[in-house]
Design a protein around this ligand. Sequence first.
Ligand code: BT5
Length: 326
Amino acid sequence: MKEKILAMLKAHKDGCLSGEEISRKLHVSRTAVWKHIGALREEGYTVESQPRLGYRLLGVPDLLLPQEVREGLSTYLLGAKIHYLPTVDSTNRLARELAAAGELDGTVVLAEEQTAGRGRLGRSWNSPAGGVWLSLLLRPRVVPQKAQLFTLLAAVAASEATETVAGVRCGIKWPNDLLLSGKKVAGILTEISAEMERVNFLILGLGINLNVPQGAFAPEVSHQATSILAHTGRTVSRAAWVRAFLSIFEQDYLSAEVNGFTGILDRWRSYSVTLGQEIQLRVTGRETVEGAALDIDGDGGLIVLTAKGKETFVAGEVTLLPKIVI
Ligand code: BT5
């Protein structure tokens, strides 16, 4: 009901809308209308009320409220259900809890801030206000070996959404970093619950520092992190970014089930700043390897020409080595 009243107010931005008209059109009491208006104000909407004339919407908060994200969202699976929190420890942690409780494929968790945002391998993810901290709960019918492909799909969708909404082209560093001028602007953490033969559910966590001012980063990450705001001097609509990301992701997610990932991997290659580079690769439980990053394979693994010949890595931490100019 609150969303319907908001939609009516948005449609009447130029003038007042009487409580009576709202109550008549939506078949609710005047008191109920008044209560919903109060709830909207609590969420941050500025609603003016003029005696005898009614209500008028003067301002919309810059928040990722579900009704703002849904406005104009053309997906039917992703975002059908959105859990929104002003602050949470980790959207991935919450999404996992929801998945274990049976929440459906395509559920989205969004937060304005995270107090214990997670990176890979127990690292932490700094999540101040101004970014998008988002987790998708997915139930793809795939074997665990294919889970990495969803990280790559998300990196492509995030890069394309950023290009569309902010007009900025990021580079993707295998497997999960989006870079701008060599600094990290976004990261992806894919976690799975699986048996040997199949993935039960997959939590795809994505953090992108869209409107985070450079000074808002924690001191320990500030030197390596950037945001769209810091890079361009402009803020972008975070709700529009989320809509673009969800639309691209959904199209690819659904088409991959039928057509596979070949086209998605080609788009990933076009954003890659890893392929064709000399790299150092840190792999858990192995010595650091160096070599030339040649390509990615059909599962999203990185093919590297090392001293031992061609090797494929499914996980690891890439450092791009400076080009040697002779
Ligand atoms: C990642 O890990 O890049 C995955 C980040 C995923 C974050 C999202 S936010 C929504 C969802 N919920 C969560 O709890 N997590 C996901 P990794 O490759 O391990 O990179 C982590 C490293 O990046 C840290 O050790 C820092 O050095 C650096 N870092 C931390 N916060 C950053 C930030 N906001 N921007 C850029 N770099 C950051």
